[in-house]
Ligand binder design. Sequence first.
Ligand code: SF4
Ligand code: SF4
Length: 145
Amino acid sequence: MTEPFWQRKTLEQMTPSEWESLCDGCAKCCLHKLEDEDTGDVYYTDVHCRYLNTDNCQCTVYEQRQQKVPHCVWLTPEQAHEFFWLPDTCAYRLLAEGKPLPSWHPLITGDANSVHQADVSLLGKGVSETQVNEQDWEDHIIWKA
Ligand code: SF4
Ligand code: SF4
């Protein structure tokens, strides 16, 4: 049996649709991050972009996201060496580190909801940036990348 594309191809060899399908829809990359300038360590907060709908984990401005949010994450295979700052459940980071996809990944389950059922998404979680002053983000740190 032929291995699935994410096992037999490198990130650079994937087609655009294969690349897109790696995203599990967790929305954790829509969280604001803080970087320790001395160590370079990256910390995630539970404060998310104003355009994220946490009722369904969808971006409400997906087609215009680069215009609306200049720092919105746009991943490319060429950046793979920088993926250490992504959530440790993110397929792009996992594959860049030579690790397998988790059993709940939609590519394995065939069900887009499996990421929510496994409780690794932002569904129903977090707080919008419209509700928290930027100087208070430090109080909202939830994990280190
Ligand atoms: S963290 Fe990774 S898997 Fe989750 S939404 Fe962002 S790019 Fe997709
Ligand atoms: S613009 Fe959309 S995809 Fe980008 S960070 Fe905000 S909610 Fe996430």
